[in-house]
Design a binder for this molecule. Structure first.
Ligand code: 5GP
Length: 234
């Protein structure tokens, strides 16, 4: 059995007078998009940061709503002008978070949700150490591949790139404040909501969430991800 990650849930990061930056990361196909859409539906006060990308729009994707679809030349110009909070190349395309709208919303006290990949999450952690980061894990690697193939949106080469990247990303899950296995959408959503919105739970000493916990994520020989929490005596 391979132990992937051990991380502490630093709930103190959620207690800030400014808006909070919430980073949602996880391998392609893990269901981040669905979780994010449900979160936004249930919490319309959250601000979703629309990224820019050089990827071609998929069927049904709307420019300015799902992404700002731009050319590589336009993207590189924006990088040179320092217009991105973070950016990364993923599976052959560029993706980036426009800086100004996010900064404005955070300054105005709004909670901002970024749905980004690992390299971007690392850059955000450097410039916004108070950001709260969540990593979404699939129930297993095999299930993830099934979901990516089942979407029918990517070529075999793109699927191979995404699977390769997925394994890299999963092995970095311990860098995140909270890890959630998305084997049941409703449960995963509730876990995110309680981390983000149960302020009283976060600040009360009586609540177990304020105790140091040690989250252990393992992949067994069949590629299944197991997740459990251990109390850590301090
Ligand atoms: P997709 O092509 O499936 O929409 O997205 C591919 C990956 O890019 C996903 O993991 C998604 O979270 C990530 N992504 C989307 N927008 C951004 C962004 O602005 N910055 C970074 N670093 N990654 C992004």
């Amino acid at each position: 059995m391979q132990v992937i990650s051990v991380a502490n849930s630093d709930t103190s990061k959620l207690c800030t007078s400014q808006g909070r930056l919430i980073v949602l990361t996880g391998p392609s196909g893990v269901g981040k998009g669905t979780l994010m859409r449900l979160l936004l539906q249930r919490h319309p006060d959250l601000y979703y940061s629309v990224s820019a990308t050089t990827r071609a729009p998929r069927e049904g994707e709307i420019d300015g709503q799902h992404y700002h679809f731009i050319s590589r030349a336009q993207f590189e110009k924006l990088v040179a002008r320092g217009e991105f909070l973070e950016w990364a190349e993923f599976a052959g395309n560029y993706y980036g978070t426009p800086k100004t709208p996010v900064q404005n919303q955070v300054d105005a006290g709004k909670n901002v949700l970024l749905e980004i990949e690992l390299e971007g999450a690392r850059q955000v952690r450097k410039s916004f150490p108070q950001a709260f980061s969540i990593f979404i894990l699939p129930p297993s690697i095999a299930e993830l591949e099934k979901r990516i193939r089942g979407r029918g949106q990517d070529s075999p080469e793109a699927i191979a790139k995404r699977m390769h990247r997925a394994i890299e990303e999963i092995s970095a899950a311990d860098e995140f404040d909270l890890k959630i296995v998305n084997d049941d959408l409703e449960k995963a959503l509730s876990a995110i909501e309680s981390a983000l919105f149960e302020e009283s739970a976060i600040t009360s000493n009586a609540n177990p969430r304020t105790k140091h916990t040690h989250q252990v994520v393992c992949v067994n020989d069949s590629g299944f991800i197991q997740h459990h929490e251990q109390s850590v005596s301090s």
